[in-house]
Ligand binder design. Structure first.
Ligand SMILES: [Zn+2]
Length: 449
């Protein structure tokens, strides 16, 4: 294999190599210890191969679970973590630093009309990052109808230059009131993370279009990059203790001196999480620091996750009753799989009520009326507590709560809604039963009209 910057071999370089009379083939990739190495030094082929292997393993696992009557969700998650995750995290010490793109959140770009926003953002960023910057996604965050304050804009862009650190220090961040969120590593945006997310969606029996933040929230499943970066930092600490004459240590020292990607990313990851002191003085207890580092990453993720579900218009309802990032009890306490699935769908707004259907059909939120009673907007609260179509079923639910538990329902319907949606252990089964019967009734009405 002939290494070159763009992975292409020029005609002059196409020499023939021979050893003991045999011609040596020139190859476009070589698999070394399970990782595909290519002439450009890019690991995208390796990532794709790992994804394929992990997908095969997760399909096999899913069919095994199905043939064993789908055991509990926590067991299914444990099996994924022990059988599939190690494939996804293989060689994360290297692949974990492979930054694919970055996100920025602009707070002060109200002066750009919707159709020119992409151009406006490009004009702000290109003088700093160069004209070869590629904007992958530009979306407004927050509520659509909010006219009181300019809605923030999320910008995802591809990293093409090393000037990104300039952006960190640049006055641009303070001048334009811009928040530079943590970079998206290959694990977050690549198909590797999707293997985990798709598995989670199948476990929860929700559509693939369901919001990832809510799916993670229901299962308390952290993204892979946390493990990947912890693995990376552990490896980096191990490197520090190697004798100076070891080839890998020499390569590392060279990478630091030359400010090469890998070393810069380790520094970046440590500093961004408040561990600049460890970068400067790596003489720490590796095991203890590994745990502290991982916990910090988890805390940072959870606070970002809270912000995300609050800002995501589709998850406005969810953010009201979902408080802790942990596996929901109702997922394992209720035996009836269809009850569980219907609770999840209503909780994370992955259902077919008008409030969601209208979103896809571009109907304004105020006009997404309940098709069964025509008394108001058909949102989750209307469906659970107000809609006269389900009065009979609702009465049964209230009776059973009054008779069999000592739960006192709050006075306001929004508080009652939050209480019921948080599925307390004693009544989760009855809530599942109500939601399932009501969904069935609604579907019947829907198909008859
Ligand atoms: Zn109704």
């Amino acid at each position: 294999m002939i290494f070159s910057k763009h992975g292409r071999t020029s005609k002059q370089q196409q020499s023939t190599f021979r050893t003991q009379g045999h011609t040596i083939d020139i190859t476009k990739f070589y698999t070394y210890l399970g990782i595909d190495i290519t002439p450009s030094g890019s690991f995208s082929r390796a990532t794709k191969q790992l994804r394929l292997k992990a997908l095969r393993a997760s399909f096999k696992l899913k069919s095994l679970l199905a043939s064993n009557h789908n055991p509990s969700i926590s067991l299914a998650l444990d099996l994924f973590h022990s059988l599939v995750k190690p494939i996804l995290l293989y060689c994360a010490e290297v692949l974990g630093t492979n930054i694919q793109c970055r996100d920025l959140i602009f707070n002060g770009v109200q002066e750009y009309p919707a159709e020119n926003i992409r151009e406006g953002i490009y004009n702000i960023l290109s003088p700093i990052l160069g004209s070869n910057i590629q904007l992958l996604k530009v979306t407004r965050l927050g509520k659509k109808n909010d006219v009181t304050s300019p809605r923030p804009v999320l910008v995802r862009f591809k990293r093409y230059s090393d000037k990104l650190n300039i952006l960190y220090q640049s006055e641009l961040l303070s001048n334009q009131n811009i928040l530079l969120t943590h970079p998206k590593f290959s694990y977050e945006v690549s198909d590797l993370e999707h293997v985990l997310l798709n598995y989670c969606k199948i476990l929860l029996q929700v559509p693939r279009s369901s919001v990832n933040a809510a799916v993670r929230g229901e299962l308390g499943t952290f993204p892979l990059y946390i493990e990947a970066q912890s693995q990376l930092i552990k490896y980096w600490l191990r490197l520090q203790n190697l004798p100076n004459d070891r080839i890998v240590k020499k390569a590392y020292d060279f990478a630091v001196e030359q400010e090469q990607d890998w070393a810069v990313h380790v520094q970046d990851i440590l500093c961004r999480h408040g561990f600049q002191n460890v970068w400067l003085n790596p003489a720490v207890d590796a095991k203890h620091f590994g745990n502290v580092f991982k916990e910090r990453l988890k805390d940072t993720f959870v606070s970002g996750w809270r912000q995300e579900i609050r800002n995501y218009s589709k998850l406005q309802t969810y953010s009201k009753f979902k408080t802790n990032f942990t596996l929901e009890k109702y997922l394992s306490s209720i035996q009836n799989k269809s009850f569980v699935a219907n609770i999840t769908k209503l909780r994370i707004s992955a259902h077919c009520l008008e409030i969601e259907k209208g979103r896809y059909n571009n109907i304004p939120a105020t006009q997404r009326r309940c098709p069964t009673c025509n008394h108001g907007i058909e949102d989750e609260l209307h469906f659970l507590l107000l809609c006269p179509t389900y009065t009979e079923e609702r009465q049964k639910l209230m009776d059973v709560i009054n008779k069999t538990t000592n739960i006192t329902l709050p006075k306001t319907s929004s508080e009652t809604f939050n209480l019921l949606m948080s599925c307390p252990d004693a009544i989760s089964l009855y809530i599942g039963q109500y939601i399932s019967t009501a969904f069935q009734k609604r579907n019947r009405i829907d198909t008859n009209t």
